[in-house]
Every structure is written in C-alpha cells, then in structure tokens.
Design a protein around this ligand. Structure first.
Ligand code: PGA
Length: 260
C-alpha cells in the first residue's frame, strides 16, 4: 500500500455533536456564551451539530460568525412518505452546511449500514452539504485486533462508489465505539495509527493526492485535557466531540487550546 507523506497542510476541523441534548432555549444560551469565547479563531473550521429542532435557533445565533451548523443524520430521498426522516435539501434550507452520517449510535441503534451510509453521503453531497462520515470499531473488535478490518470495511463500504470529486468533499471521522462517552480516549498514538491506515486505504482506492487532502477527525471522549496531545498528531485533522461540546467553556477550550 502507498504510504502518503502526510506533508499536505490540511485545515483542522473542530466539530461538536450534541446528540439528543439541549432545547432551543439551551441552544441560544450556549451560543451567547460560546461565540465570544471563540471570536477571532480563524485557523480552523468550527462546526456544531444540534438536534434537528434546534437547528433554526443555532443557525440564527451563529449567523455572521465562523461557526457552521450540521445535521446529525440525513435521509437519502428528496421527499416522500418517510415518516420521521429529514432530507439533505431540508437541512440546507434550514441553514446547515454539514451533516454527520453513520455515527456509531445510528449504526448500533437505528439500522445504519455501510449501504445506507453511502446513499446518505451521496444525497448530502448532491445537496451541497459536507458529510462527516463516521467509522469505528466496537470494543470486542478492538480487543480481537480487528480495528483495521472493521474500519476499512466501513470506510470503503461507505465511500466505494463515490466519484473522486465526491470523495474530495467528504470528511471522515474515526470514532472507536469503546471510546465514545466512556471516558476511555484512544491514545493519540492509537488514533494516529488508525488515521494513517485509513489514509492509506484512501490512497489505494482513490489517489495519493486525494488521500493526502482527506481530513480525518478523531472522536471518543475528547476533552479539554486531552485535546493538546491528540492535535499534536500530524495525522489528526480535527476532532468530533460529544459530551464536552455541550458546555460552552469546555468546547471553546477544545477549539482554542491546541498547538498551532
Ligand atoms: P463523546 O462522543 O465525546 O461524548 O465520547 C463523541 C461522539 O459520539 O461523537
């Protein structure tokens, strides 16, 4: 496999996934506290993914700032009899620029598969959204040494039939399931090794230059006290933060407090 040099400078991304937390009032309160704290940060992309019902309040609050709003999930059809689903066009209309796709909680509890992740990714791209496609192995797979196999299958299953142009517009998030919400962060070295492996898969499937430009985020118990070590790794192009993104101060310190 080709080993990319990693010398390409990739713009970092700090993304928060609120999961099913916060009301609209909480959303407004979060942004009133958060925005002044990150004012002036221009050297990374900042993304917040609130629940669907909070999106208009988040978009309104973040208007004119560098903070972009993301969906947490999307459906692949444009419209139709799909009770409970939201289309990519609807997310765009609501003001989203990103959407998470295939988060491990969607894969575990709501039936997302590599196939549906691919359909969602294509639909999101067609609507002009930047998909943040999530992959990651469960604890048993990690313990059995199957991390690379699982991640490769999910990654290529989720991106195999993307055109190179489509592929160039996705972000990938490596989120080991055993690290999500558990307080057990992957060490910077573990995360970095998996990112490197995923990048080599991208080089083999697409091209070395597309792989070198692919931004890969790490997620799983990212906190203000471990952000420095994680972001010091050249292979980590950013983070996807769950719990610690709910508090404006802790999320702001994750946005700001790493070696530039
Ligand atoms: P966590 O969640 O930071 O609370 O572990 C990360 C995620 O699920 O994206």
């Amino acid at each position: 496999m080709i080993a990319p040099t990693g010398k390409t400078k990739r713009r970092r991304v700090i993304a928060g996934n609120w999961k099913m937390y916060k009301t609209q009032a909480d959303t407004r309160a979060f942004f009133s506290a958060f925005l002044p704290l990150v004012d002036g940060v221009t050297d990374c992309d900042i993304v917040v993914a609130p629940p669907f019902t909070d999106i208009p309040a988040a978009v309104e609050a973040a208007k004119g700032t560098a903070v972009a709003i993301s969906g947490q999930n999307v459906y692949w059809e444009k419209e139709g009899a799909f009770t409970g689903e939201i289309s990519a066009g609807m997310l765009v209309e609501a003001g989203c620029r990103y959407t998470l796709i295939g988060h491990s909680e969607r894969r575990q509890f709501f039936g997302d598969t590599d196939d549906t992740v691919l359909k969602k990714t294509k639909a999101a791209l067609a609507a002009g959204l930047t998909p943040i496609v999530c992959v990651g192995e469960k604890l048993a797979d990690y313990q059995a040494g199957n991390t690379e196999h699982i991640c490769q299958t999910q990654f290529l299953g989720s991106s195999n039939s993307l055109t190179p142009e489509e592929f160039s517009r996705i972000l990938l998030a490596y989120e080991p399931v055993w690290a999500i919400g558990t307080g057990h962060t992957a060490t910077p070295e573990i995360a970095s090794a998996v990112h490197k492996f995923l990048r080599s898969c991208a080089a083999a499937r697409f091209s070395e230059s597309l792989a070198a430009n692919l931004r890969i985020l790490y997620g799983g118990s990212v906190k203000p006290d471990n952000i420095k070590g994680l972001m010091a790794q050249e292979e980590l192009d950013g983070v996807l933060v769950g719990g610690a993104s709910l508090d404006p101060k802790s999320f702001a310190s994750i946005v700001k407090d790493w070696p530039r």
